[in-house]
Design a protein. Structure first.
Length: 328
């Protein structure tokens, strides 16, 4: 039976990937950090089908033991300090986890069993100040945040372990992908949740930063398939995963408010607090290689994604309100 170890299983992508691999018949193991509460909300309905192990990308010995105990055929390294603004506030922690953490897990695999297939969650943030459009696997990197710099280190270590030790190590250069499980601090979910609360009369404004930023947004459920396809290929390689279409934050907000019959301009306030020391103004990826070599393509459109997120948040907010009323 094929088995997979997912780091970052409690995150957005971890939850979608765990479900995807279970449906493929995998035995799924996840690494989780110890916390004083149980923050496993996204995988709550999967916990009886997966095996969770405590571990941390900061702890080399624990990673070595984990790989040895689980003996997976595939490892997906999704764990990271993944929020760009936090990386400006905590650049050293971000480097320890998002950059050096990749080397730690690669070392654990090399030491225990170098035949394990490895997926690294690289990012379009590595392109940063873009030097060409659309971005491909060959576009030079110019990261604009400690997060982007850390991901670039992890990317090149993955390439280096492949070239040095002949390991089946792949790096997926994924562009922004969203879903109803997206963390609340990322702009898309911040908007969809606020729209739902405004529609229910619980909030009357939404403060955002750079409305002109352009992103190539796709659906997380589509993107985890690309991760898996990379590890099923004949040879290990790096792939851009994106939709090939870009939209501004303003467009996202407009569409999200429209879904609830609201005029976004009445509620959105630009607040400089949400500007970054250096931002990535535009990103748009060319997914041609993933399409040709892996047969992958996105299924959910931008509009469907926005609608899905607003609809789910509306359901969630209504359910929360109902629960509160029942408790009164
Ligand atoms: P999330 O922020 O939702 O999840 C991050 C995960 O990493 C969580 O499970 C978190 O655990 C875990 N984690 C953080 N620090 C550590 C640590 N020190 N040791 C072990 N685990 C840790 O991210 P996404 O699911 O959105 O993204 C998955 C990966 O893909 C990340 O590496 C991200 O940088 C990358 N990526 C994401 C893109 C996107 O658009 N979503 C695009 C390109 C790349 P906990 O729950 O305990 O906090
Ligand atoms: P990003 O995602 O930084 O691209 O990283 P995020 O949704 O945080 O920002 C996208 C763009 O929106 C602008 N923006 C705001 N962003 C946030 N969070 N909050 C706001 O109020 C706001 N207003 C405008 C930002 O300036 C930015 O330009 C995500 C993460 O998932 C990374 O881990 C991943 O690697 C990349 O996507 C690809």
């Amino acid at each position: 039976m094929r088995s997979a170890l997912i780091t970052g299983i409690t995150g957005q992508d971890g939850a979608y990937l765990a479900k995807f691999l279970l449906d493929k018949g995998y035995q799924v193991h996840g690494m989780v950090r110890r916390g004083s509460t149980l923050p496993f909300e996204r995988i709550a309905d999967l916990t009886d089908q997966i095996t969770l192990h405590q571990g941390d990308l900061l702890d080399q010995m624990a990673l070595n033991r984990l790989i040895e105990t689980v003996g997976p055929t595939e490892v997906y390294n999704l764990a990271a300090q993944s929020f760009v603004p936090t990386s400006f506030d905590q650049p050293i922690l971000t480097g320890e986890v998002t950059a050096l953490g990749v080397t730690r897990i690669l070392e654990a695999i090399r030491t225990v069993d170098a035949n394990i297939r490895f997926y690294q969650a690289s990012s379009s943030e590595m392109f940063g100040k873009v030097l060409e459009e659309p971005q491909t696997e060959k576009t030079p990197f110019w990261p604009r945040s400690p997060y982007g710099v850390s991901k670039m280190y992890g990317h090149w270590m993955t390439v280096n372990y492949r070239e040095s030790y002949n390991m089946f190590a792949c790096s997926g250069i994924l562009f922004n992908h969203e879903s109803p499980l997206r963390g609340i601090e990322f702009v898309t979910r911040k908007i969809s949740y606020a729209v739902a609360r405004i529609a229910q009369g619980l909030q009357n404004e939404l403060r955002l930063g750079n409305l002109d930023a352009e992103r190539d947004w796709g659906f997380a459920g589509d993107y985890v398939e690309a991760m898996w396809l990379m590890l099923q290929a004949e040879k290990p390689d790096d792939y851009v995963v994106s939709t090939g279409k870009k939209h501004t934050v303003r467009e996202f907000a407009q569409l999200a408010f429209e879904r609830s019959g609201l005029d976004w301009e009445k509620y959105v306030i630009v607040d400089e607090k949400f500007y970054r020391p250096a931002d990535v103004n535009t990103l748009c990826g060319d997914p041609a290689k993933a399409k040709q070599e892996l047969g992958w393509q996105p299924k959910v459109s931008f509009e469907q994604l926005v609608h899905m997120m607003v609809d789910e948040d509306l359901k969630r907010v209504k359910a929360e309100q109902k629960l509160k009323q029942e408790q009164l």
